[in-house]
Design a protein around this ligand. Structure first.
Ligand code: ZN
Length: 299
């Protein structure tokens, strides 16, 4: 079964649902970083919600960017999703372990319960829409629920989970955002609250083999599927992209790389891919930079 996001309406069309199976996406992330179980759960949850939010974007090149800065040892967690269903992300520290007395991974402890969650939606407008809230618990689901309530004035139930095996491999991952639409009746509000209190962890449904669509239909008897979107771990970085970044460096820094280091190795912070720039590559970049400057001066 492939990862997928479904968008649906239910409860008399008064609730909008986004649900995802994200097992393969989180698995690919874990393999890219060889991350520890607790860090995989933390970033996997953030990636899943970021993907759900990005599924509302209309065009492939639009982005949702999430930044979580808590007081826990994982440091800053960032994630990015685009309108084509690609997500990527990383954190300062990907090798921490924390568990609760009951054996569950303690995501809140490594993220921290004090700090901020920021969401920026870049939809091709001059200024991206940005909202920032204080973290609720560092457990991710509750933090995003607070973000939707405070920054987007949309009461939401957010449930997201990653099930990690004893060998740190990802067994299942998934998430759901259920939002009250404006004018929802008291009945719908209490029905959604009741559901939030009785549904099981998302990763359990995924482990049992539910697709995103089956999950929505299981939880909401009158659900109508409006759209299906892909979801995948894909960085999109390239040597050309880093070449453009190198062009923005100062000439003396480029010269140092050529003369002192004899080249450069750049590691993509999102996916861990390594890009090697030989001495010749860097000299070519330095030459391009010099040519561009001459051209500017002569224009
Ligand atoms: Zn990359």
């Amino acid at each position: 079964m492939k990862d997928e996001i479904v968008i649906a309406e239910a409860m008399n069309q008064e609730v909008r649902i986004h649900a995802a199976r994200s097992t393969d996406t989180v698995k690919a992330m874990q393999e890219a970083f060889d991350s520890s179980a607790t860090c995989t759960a933390a970033l996997g949850r953030v990636l899943t919600v970021t993907g759900l939010m990005a599924s509302d974007l209309k065009r492939d090149e639009e982005h949702v960017r999430v930044r979580i800065r808590g007081n826990g040892p994982i440091g800053t967690v960032i994630a990015e999703g685009d309108g084509a269903g690609n997500v990527r992300g990383t954190a300062d520290n990907m090798n921490l372990y924390a568990s609760r007395e009951d054996g569950h991974l303690d995501v809140g402890r490594i993220v921290g319960n004090s700090g901020t969650l920021q969401v920026a939606k870049d939809m091709g407008l001059r200024e991206p829409f940005t909202g920032t809230v204080e973290l609720a618990s560092g457990e991710i689901g509750e933090d995003f629920a607070r973000y939707f309530a405070v920054s987007e004035q949309t009461p939401s139930v957010v449930s997201v989970g990653v099930l990690v095996g004893t060998d740190s491999s990802v067994l299942a991952a998934g998430g759901m955002i259920a939002q009250l639409l404006p004018g929802a009746s008291e009945e719908t509000i209490s029905a959604l609250e009741k559901l939030a209190g009785t549904m099981r962890p998302m990763s359990e449904y995924m482990k049992e083999g539910y697709s995103a669509e089956e999950l929505v239909k299981h939880l909401f008897s009158d659900a109508e599927i409006l759209a299906k979107k892909p979801l995948r771990w894909h960085c999109g970085c390239s040597k050309e992209g880093f070449q453009r970044a190198l062009l923005t460096l100062k000439k003396e820094d480029l010269r140092d790389m050529i003369e002192e280091d004899g080249g450069a190795e750049i590691v993509c912070r999102y996916c861990g891919n390594k890009y090697l720039f030989s001495k010749d590559d860097l000299e070519e970049i330095l030459k391009t930079k010099t040519d561009v400057e001459h051209k500017k001066r002569n224009d």
